[in-house]
Design a protein around this ligand. Structure first.
Ligand code: SF4
Length: 307
């Protein structure tokens, strides 16, 4: 594939860390001159190398912890624009010795934008899977939209027929429903609706993986398994914890980093509550050192060119 003929281009590639804990970041420039982020995470702690792509130009949600801050939403990306991000990233990964053939990969749709607000997200996942035989993950804050269940149904049906792992990850943010809604900029699904979505996911994709609920651990965020034990049973959900990596927007909204001991304590409370707890979500030393929260690489680029 000649990367000069793609629907988006790059004029710089950022490389952080080393072969044991590395990140590649590409600010991708769309044909209409906007910048979104595609990134690549690899290292000895990773079971799969992770290609993270964007689904929109900026985001209608405007969450308070997000690096995108209150930047104006522009538009959703096309399927081709999502595919081309993977092509650009894989070209750079190859220079580090990684190809789809020689190493397991996962494509995560998570960077710039909210995937479920992209009207062609299901078609885009089909198209991505036809081009790249990898595992997939969709990371969503679960916006409260009329088409939510229809979109989840179609994704679950795709996941059910796909021969590799396909994860649905919901950014729960907090175990307090009020706090979750306050931190998300626009209306998000309430806890009852999240439970209904997980039941739908299970019914259409019965042998697939449980829905991941992702909690951002900051020094103030509510993280109490007792509050959600009834509505989010361990048979339907597992928990993923990610320590907050500071963003300008998060700092402006009073969020701060948590201690290592607090994280251990939170994880063991959930494990004691019967939940499967994943341990692979913590930012690596390289991500911490360079503050590589989602969309931070895009921000570094925009600052560099004074935009
Ligand atoms: S965290 Fe995700 S959903 Fe929230 S504003 Fe940022 S990109 Fe959008």
């Amino acid at each position: 594939m000649n990367v000069e003929n793609l629907s988006m281009r790059r004029d710089i590639v950022f490389r952080f860390g080393d072969k044991d804990d590395g990140v590649i970041g590409i600010p991708c420039i769309t044909h209409d001159g906007h910048v979104i982020e595609a990134s690549y995470f690899y290292g000895k702690e990773k079971k799969k190398n992770i290609i993270v792509i964007s689904s929109q130009i900026n985001c209608p949600m405007k969450c308070t912890f997000c690096e995108l801050g209150s930047e104006r939403f522009i538009r959703s990306l096309t399927s081709q624009e999502m595919i081309d991000q993977v092509t650009l990233i894989l070209e750079e990964a190859k220079k580090e010795g990684f190809t789809l053939e020689n190493y397991p990969h996962k494509i995560t749709i998570a960077n710039t934008g909210e995937p479920l607000l992209n009207n062609i997200i299901t078609e885009s996942v089909y198209n991505l899977a036809q081009n790249y035989e990898t595992s997939f993950k969709i990371s969503t804050i679960l916006p409260d939209i009329p088409l939510l269940k229809e979109r989840i149904t179609r994704l679950a049906e795709f996941a059910n027929g796909y021969d590799k792992s396909f994860q649905l990850q919901i950014s729960l943010i907090s175990t307090s429903e009020e706090e979750r809604q306050k931190i998300a900029g626009a209306k998000v699904a309430n806890f009852k609706k999240i439970r209904e979505v997980a039941e739908l996911w299970r019914s259409r994709n019965p042998i697939g993986r449980k829905v991941n609920l992702s909690l951002i651990i900051t020094s103030v965020m509510d993280c109490d398994p007792k509050k959600i034990a009834k509505i989010f049973p361990p048979e339907l959900f597992r928990f993923r914890f990610r320590e907050y990596v500071p963003t300008k927007n998060g700092r402006d909204n009073g969020l701060s980093v948590v201690s290592a001991n607090k994280l251990i304590e939170v994880k063991s409370r959930f494990a004691n509550g019967g939940y499967e707890v994943t341990h692979f979500a913590s930012p690596t030393a390289t991500e911490r050192k360079f503050g590589l929260a989602s969309n931070a690489i895009r921000r570094i680029y925009l600052n560099t060119i004074n935009k």
